[in-house]
Ligand binder design. Structure first.
Ligand SMILES: Cc1cc2nc3c(=O)[nH]c(=O)nc-3n(C[C@H](O)[C@H](O)[C@H](O)COP(=O)(O)OP(=O)(O)OC[C@H]3O[C@@H](n4cnc5c(N)ncnc54)[C@H](O)[C@@H]3O)c2cc1C
Length: 497
């Protein structure tokens, strides 16, 4: 056994005390005796996943949310969350070994671009996807038993519940309900984080503004403030060509400058996902904010028709490919917004499989039920041709037909139709992180005391995010960020004892 002399032991003890003191000092500019709290910025899925994980790891958590209600854009998510190798897939006989390859293919040329270790991020995203879905289902109690195919995925892997509640709402509510019962958790709404505090190069907390003035908090920070698809000025800076497109996102400014002020690197900022299918509300066709026509409507069998009533694309191709095909059609000018007129058509089988979505859209006046025979001859023949190709790849390369059940020639059949246009939906770019969710500077160093997760980060999706992978990144990187920040808080806390 190793024998240490009393003098060596004393020196080692002094060294350890000094180290703990310096960590503690970094997190406490005010030098109070309270152990530091993990500070989470933003109450979307990334922030809530981080907060819950940090609380369960024994930390106190203070979550700051700028808006008057929690949930961000996450609460609107309507298609679901990806997971490969989940028990829900296995129960349906789905053998899923292609998630990494599908993600790399969708990321395109950007996958090899410098600035961030994309392979490490995608490997983590895909390999921890099953655990993320299991965590939400078993620990948080969210129903995710329905598995659907979405564009760009080679097998069905997007999980949602079977009931009426959309997945984003179910997941956010589940996490908020859990956190509500935790004494170590505090949520302050109406709190706009405006800056980061530092000490000796370590992030030691935040400053934030409320209606009552400015305040500060001390502790390691997880930034989860979401993307910038709803920020017209950041969009104009990085993608002026998308000016005038409506959006599915809340109209709000991005918080990226809070991080870049500290030297954080931004990557892929021009990589903005335009979702091909936002609903045009006939009651307000020029509106900037649109309801998303969830991708699962196409996954369950729905088709897209151009202004002449003809199909023009594989509806389950990647979002980028479907959007490109729509942009090649003639556009329509609504004065305030640029739009394209595309029709979504569902047969009774597809509509039944998506009935909770469909009844909501019908109630909002975005989808209407009609007899096929009342539509134009070109629509009728497009529907017949699509029905006839069921079971084999069609002329656009579409292989899966979801729950489409229409029989060719049945023109008494009832179908649902709605008017669609492309919308800005998701920003792939953001602050660079490593696989431990640490924020990286322009020099490539990790910023001590600062983590980020969710849509504020860049590099995970490259050129194009797969549907269902954003909720997934929030959970995978949010949990890591929460666990790492909790460790930092616990070290700093024990140093103060
Ligand atoms: C209509 C719609 C449907 C979608 N459907 C899906 C889907 O089915 N599957 C999928 O994977 N993805 C989907 N997405 C994308 C996905 O929902 C989002 O990308 C993801 O939820 C982003 O989560 P987040 O936690 O990073 O940010 P958000 O959920 O947007 O939360 C960020 C929060 O931070 C707050 N905040 C911002 N700045 C500050 C600040 N300075 N101080 C304090 N608070 C701040 C915001 O107010 C907001 O509440 C959808 C998006 C939309 C809009």
């Amino acid at each position: 056994m190793l024998r240490l002399r009393p003098r060596t032991l004393l020196l080692a003890g002094l060294l350890l005390a000094l180290m703990l003191y310096s960590v503690r000092r970094s997190f406490s500019t005010a030098m109070t005796n309270a152990p530091p709290t993990v500070i989470v910025v933003g109450s979307g899925l990334a922030g809530l996943s981080a907060a819950y994980t940090a609380v369960r790891a024994g930390a106190r958590v203070h979550l700051l949310e700028r808006a008057g209600k929690a949930g961000g854009n996450s609460i609107k998510a309507s298609s679901g969350i990806n997971g490969a190798g989940t028990r829900f897939q296995l129960a349906k006989g789905i053998d899923d070994t292609s998630f990494y390859a599908d993600t790399v293919r969708s990321a395109g040329k950007r996958f090899t671009a410098p600035g961030v270790n994309r392979d490490a991020l995608v490997s983590k995203l895909t390999s921890e996807s099953s655990a993320a879905v299991t965590w939400l289902a078993d620990e948080i109690g969210v129903d995710l038993a329905v598995v659907a195919p979405l564009g760009g995925h080679s097998v069905p892997r997007t999980h949602r519940g079977g009931g009426k509640i959309p997945p984003g709402f179910a997941i956010i509510k589940g996490l908020l309900d859990k956190l509500d019962t935790e004494a170590a958790f505090t949520l302050t709404k109406g709190a706009d984080v405006t800056g980061l505090k530092t000490h000796n190069g370590v992030v030691t907390g935040v400053t934030y503004a409320t209606d009552n003035g400015t305040h500060s908090l001390t502790g390691p920070v997880v930034f989860a403030s979401g993307g910038f698809a709803g920020d017209a000025s950041l969009l104009a800076e990085y993608r002026p060509d998308l000016a005038g497109l409506p959006s599915t996102n809340d109209v709000r400014p991005g918080a990226h400058s809070v991080l870049t002020t500290l030297g954080a690197r931004l990557v892929d900022m021009d990589s903005v996902q335009v979702h091909p299918t936002g609903f045009v509300d006939p009651a307000d066709p020029g509106a900037r904010m649109k309801f998303l026509a969830a991708e699962m409507l196409r996954g369950e069998g729905g088709i897209l028709l151009d202004q002449d009533g003809k199909r023009f694309v594989n509806e389950l191709d990647t979002r980028a490919a479907v959007t490109k095909a729509i942009f090649e059609l003639p556009s329509r000018d609504f004065g305030t917004t640029r739009q394209w007129g595309v029709t979504l058509l569902l047969d009774a089988g597809s509509a039944k499989a998506a009935e909770h979505h469909v009844s909501f859209y019908e109630w909002k006046g975005l989808l209407k039920k009609v007899k096929l025979r009342d539509l134009s001859p070109s629509v009728i023949s497009a529907v017949d041709a699509y029905s006839a190709s069921r079971g084999s790849p069609d002329m656009f390369g579409r292989r899966t037909y979801g729950n489409w059940r229409h029989t060719p020639g049945d023109h008494d059949a009832e179908v649902y139709v709605g008017d669609l246009t492309p919308v800005t939906h998701f920003t792939m770019g953001g602050v660079a992180i490593d696989a431990d969710a640490r924020v990286l500077t322009t020099k490539g160093d990790a910023v001590p005391g600062l983590w980020a997760a969710g849509e504020i980060t860049g590099g995970v999706h490259g050129d194009n995010r797969l549907g269902g992978s954003s909720l997934l990144e929030c959970v995978v990187f949010g949990r890591t960020a929460g666990a790492e920040a909790a460790k930092a808080a616990v070290v700093a806390g024990s140093a103060s004892l």
